[in-house]
Design a protein around this ligand. Sequence first.
Ligand code: SAH
Ligand code: SF4
Length: 355
Amino acid sequence: MQEREIINIKDLSPKEIERFVIDNNLQPFRARQISKWLYKKGVGCFEEMSDLSKDFRELLQLSFCISPSLDLVQEQVSIDGTKKYLFRLSDGNQIESVLIPDKSRSTLCISSQVGCALGCTFCMTGTVGKIRNLKPSEILDQYMLVNRYNENSITNIVFMGMGEPLDNLDNLVKVINIFIDPNYLALSPKRITVSTSGLVPQIKKLGEQVSVNLAVSLNAPRDDLRNEIMPINKRYPIKELLEASVKFPVPNRKYLMFEYVLLKDVNDSDSDAHTLGRLLRGIKCKVNVIPFNEAFPLPYKSPDWESVLRFQEILMSYKMNVRIRKSRGSDILGACGQLAAKYPSKKVKQIQAQN
Ligand code: SAH
Ligand code: SF4
């Protein structure tokens, strides 16, 4: 007899839990009781859900499992206080999450996939290739576990870890709904940011379903250059990407964000800054300039600080809101683009062999 795979209850959206409750002839408020036990109290078994009847607890036990989908393998703490967590999934794959504490907030950078299919040439995760999408429970448990290890201090979520969140759209939407539902994790949508390399149709689809902050990884102001460093641009060129981005329904009083990773002598010239300024002029947005985080064996260098400041100054002359994003956690390879867990990918091996 074939064994049935038991569904983790954290893979269900608020609507799906409610449907399960109603299908079993129970009152809808039972769904809220389940969510409280799962997400507010973080219980590890159905037995502990003491305000549910014994029969209902048994039914839940027969239908679902509740066990954490991640095992902590390692926690590393940077000299700047950033913490990187390496987790093992039940199939042996590994992912990383990064907690970035700041004065008034604590931001968790979450992974959405094991590896990434999009192969941006400056990103370690891209060298791995896509291994698989993360399930909702595997995305949520990054938050649940890291929040527990850090006295419930997480205030903000950014989908900027491993993977392209919009290449895992259905699970992303499910997770966002769990994050923002007042009966589930009750986070404000303003505190959630999805970062994308520019999957244009999915940007539209995400916007039809939720309103959260959107960060678009632009990284080049011209198609020829963007094609080179972000192959996804050949499918969805800059003009289409900007059209989709400006239509995205960011929450009230929030700005669309553009990320621009500065690669020395590749996309950091004065002329690139002017082209970028002209490109984004008139768009209500903020620009984050991110000096490249070096990670062996990627073939790029970080520009010197003067060039970074000059790039920012030129952009600001176009009356834009431009911030230089400090690299946090780079001493533990926890900064943007350095996450690759422990994958001796073919591509990494190839690049290593070439050097
Ligand atoms: N796939 C999504 C989210 C994960 S990458 C995306 O591409 O937006 C998160 C951010 O890290 C992106 O803005 C990306 O451009 C940036 N990034 C990737 N590699 C980097 C590196 N080595 N140094 C600095 N930023 C990097
Ligand atoms: Fe994937 Fe984003 Fe890295 Fe590009 S930058 S390879 S889209 S994770």
